[in-house]
Write a protein that binds this ligand. Structure first.
Ligand SMILES: [Zn+2]
Length: 238
């Protein structure tokens, strides 16, 4: 699609306000008005072109049919951000550091740069996780900026990938979600042989966990077990 792109000016404010938007702030934040060359009636306001110059945006425009609002012009930011030529694939090897108290989140550390990452998870409700940089301030982990598309996190050879969608930004979505990151710290000393094993990888077909060294069977389903379940078993048996 061919696009007309122009920066908003103060002259646009009254017309934007009529649409129910805040014209003044759109102008202040440097928004553009994007419309189709062949149909300037369909347009959108945009600020973030995913790193593209305004004149490069044409191929990423699409028209969405809306029941209530008619045709809406949209920019496929996800396609731009997931483009591996634009955002190259990068592998970051990490180790587990600790859980974040009160949150379904874990801290990991970059093995090479020693930087910390915050992984906030929606599992088991849904296979979704968001990675962010973070640091510890006054004893509490604070997430900072989100991780871009096409970053792969690697934990002991287990990998999950960050990609972008147009509705939810860069995150790990179902197809790239890796449960190994959920149970990164399920390391225990086997009750049968005293080897250190990771219960996350000890699943059997009958939904039990089994030590790969001695065959000791734990009454735990690696798909659904929680740290509390594990603590219970080890409390009972000891
Ligand atoms: Zn064992």
């Amino acid at each position: 699609m061919k696009a007309n792109v122009r920066k908003l000016t103060v002259d646009d404010i009254p017309a934007i306000d009529v649409e129910g938007l805040n014209g003044k702030s759109l102008v202040e934040y440097g928004y553009y008005k994007v419309s189709l060359s062949e149909n300037p009636e369909i347009y959108c306001y945009a600020r973030d072109f995913g790193g593209l110059k305004p004149e490069e945006i044409g191929p990423y425009l699409y028209v969405e049919k809306s029941k209530y609002f008619g045709d809406i012009l949209k920019i496929d930011i996800a396609a731009i951000k997931n483009d591996e030529r634009r955002n190259t694939i990068k592998l970051i090897p990490v180790v587990f550091v600790e859980d974040v108290p009160g949150m379904n989140a874990k801290i990991f550390q970059n093995l090479e740069t020693k930087k910390y990452y915050y992984r906030l998870s929606s599992y088991p409700r849904e296979k979704f996780a968001r990675w962010m940089t973070c640091e510890k301030r006054k004893g509490e982990w604070q997430s900072l900026s989100e991780i871009r598309a096409n970053i792969l996190f690697s934990l002991d050879g287990q990998v999950e990938k960050v990609t972008c969608t147009n509705w939810n930004g860069p995150a790990v979505y179902e197809e790239n979600f890796n449960k190994a990151f959920e149970k990164a710290n399920y390391l225990v000393e086997c009750l049968g042989c005293e080897n250190i094993i990771d219960l996350a990888y000890c699943g059997r077909e009958d939904h039990m966990s089994e030590c790969p060294f001695c065959g000791f069977v734990y009454d735990l389903d690696p798909e659904t077990m929680t740290e509390k379940d594990i603590a219970e078993i080890f409390k009972e048996e000891n």
